[in-house]
Every structure is written in structure tokens, then in C-alpha cells.
Write a protein that binds this ligand. Sequence first.
Ligand code: ATP
Ligand code: MG
Length: 385
Amino acid sequence: MERMLLLRYGEINLKGLNKHYFVDTLLANVRNALKGFEHVKLNKIQSRITVEKYRDEDEPSIIEALRKIFGIVYITKCVKTELDMDLIKDAALEVIRDLRGETFKVEATRGNKKFYLESPQIAREVGAHILRNGIPLKVDVHHPDILITVEIRDMAYIDYESVRGEAGLPLGTGGRGAVMLSGGIDSPVAAYMLARRGMKVTGIHFHSYPFTSLNAQDKVVELAGKLAGYNDGMQVVMISLTKIQQEIIRNCNETYLTVILRRFMIRCAQQYCLKHGIACLITGESLGQVASQTVESITCTNAASVLPIFRPLIGMDKNEIVSIAKHIDTYDISIRPYEDCCTIFVPKHPQIRPVLEKVLREEEKLPNAQEMIDEAVDTAEIVTV
Ligand code: ATP
Ligand code: MG
């Protein structure tokens, strides 16, 4: 009897001819995540990946690592035996001893039709063997606490416990994007949501050092550390907006400060992306959350970009965003106080419904805009987590 894990994927099964590309990427990501564990052997078998040969004591840590791999819907613990009813019965008995619950049910599926018993008979015999051996459990066929599934294939697989995975699509199958990471609650969640669709993300953070402290940057690096667990590491590009911000304040109408600043962020981020083969921008905007997140403000910031800007949180409520932030363990970091370059020079009465033509007219007061953007992007610092 040998302990092993079955990794089941969901949406990947809906893929057509390119399914193998998604499965192979998932397999490579699993291999990478488990490279620190000795003896692990991976295999692809019909619509699942198997993890075998690891040391039993590594199983909990291996499962923890697999829970962050996008594309896996369930991680199922199981044991494998030869196709022999005595071995199958004993294996089922051994695993059920360690499980907690009051009721159980045994199910069987027989993919391998050469096996001499039919599914209901397999289930009945295994169930009877468990009861005969003094395990203090009752049978409940409707809502059992413990479900044992015997799968008859090339070998017998006895599944006894499943843990939910992250689902989504394998990292690397969705291209590359740059998430604008502020240090708040929303942007890390936005990054996670697109990484979960297979997109490898890079962080871009804008600061106004020395008007914003280095702590604010450290906080962003810490957030990136949490995201790195899902994203196979993470780079954060630190861009200084200090000069641009001072020029805007000196030259432009105060009520347009926020929207102009945000347009500059987009332009700097875009310039970085175009240079580094990154295909889109990602923000944590949610409709109506603050003045800069009305449809009119978003129209103005959008117009600064030729790259698509993805806003995965646009239709979500704050409490929904918070619950994801807690799930990915960024919430406690995000709520620590910090200064954001957007919040240190907030106008008293920002334009809630800015009009693009007026914004463009204000920006004409900054003739050296492109030069300032070049300088900001060229002097960016890159932190690798
Ligand atoms: P968050 O919780 O992510 O900070 P927020 O609710 O504070 O968002 P805004 O300050 O309006 O909202 O920012 C909206 C989005 O703009 C952020 O989610 C982020 O993607 C981007 N952003 C804002 N400030 C910065 C910054 N200093 N550096 C990088 N991106 C930023
Ligand atoms: Mg913010």
C-alpha cells in the first residue's frame, strides 16, 4: 500500500486541442513547487496528475504547497494497491482508522472492466470488511462524514480525503501583466485574481520619496512577498513620482491633481510595460469606491493608455475584496498605516466627474511631460522577491 495524491483539474478539461499545453504547464508548475521535497514522482494519467513516492511525513507540507498552484481544483489523498480484493480491503481499513467522523460510505468505480467484480459489489465488500473489523462507524449513504472511493483502473486507487485547491488556470498560460500596487487592500487582490487566470504579474509601485517614507515601499515589498507564493516569485518596480507631482502641483488646477497624477502613473507604467514585453495593466479599482473611481474618472485615466487596463474588482463590494485579501494573507499588511503618494497631496475638492478635454488642457501646462516620464521610468528601482 502506497500513499499518494491525485490532483484533479476542472476548467482545463473544457479545453480542446490545446489542452495538453495547459496540462503540461500545470505539471511544470507542480514540479517547480515541489522541487524542495525528496523523491517526489509526478505522472499524468487521464485528467489528473499523480504525486507519489514522497516521504509520508512530507505530505502536509506538500499539500500546503499545492494549495497555491492555480489550475488544481481538488487535491485528493489516496492509496494505491494491486488489483486484489484482499489488498484493497486492507488498505481501505488502514486509511479509515485515521479519519475522524461517525458515519461512512464506500463507493466504487470500475474503469477497468476486466476486473472480476462490479462496482456495487466492490463497495459492499469493502464496507463490510471495515464494519467487521470493529471500526466504530455507522454507514450513512446520504451524508457520510467519510467517503471512501475505490477506483479500479490499472491499479486500485482508494481515495479517502479531498482538499480544495485554488482552481483557476495554470500560471504562465495567461501572458504577463503589470499590477499597479499601492500598498492598500485592493491592488494585491487584483493581482491575485489575474494570476489565478494564469497571468504572471509584475508589480509597479509609485512613491513620492522623501514625501512618502521608505516604510511605504517596504510594505509593498512585503505584500509582493505574499503574492510571490502564487506567482512563482515577484518583481516590484519602484518608480518615483516626486518630480512629476511637484510639477503638477505647481502648474495645474488643484481640482484636477488626482486625475492628472493617475494619468501619469498609467503613462509611466505603460512605458515600462512596452519596454519589457508586458501586455496589460491591472489596477484594484472598484466602481464608485472613491472620487477617482467614477466612470468619468476611469474614462480619463483609460485614455492615457494604449494597453488594456484590467480591473478585476470593478464590480465587487469592499467586504468581498476584504475576504479575498484575508484568504491570500495580505489584509493585515495592507491595513497598516502608510502614506500613499495619492493621499499626501489630496485636493480638498477633487473632480468627481472630470471631463477629458479639460484634463488635456490642464496637462498642456506641462510641456516637458514626456521627459519627466522618461526620467521616472529610467531611474526605476527593481526589487525581486
Ligand atoms: P488600494 O486599496 O489598492 O490602495 P484604493 O482603494 O486605495 O486602492 P486608489 O488609491 O484610488 O484606490 O487607487 C486605485 C488603484 O490605483 C489601486 O488599486 C492601484 O492599482 C493604483 N494605485 C494607486 N496608488 C498607487 C501607487 N502609489 N502605486 C501604484 N499603484 C497605485
Ligand atoms: Mg490606495
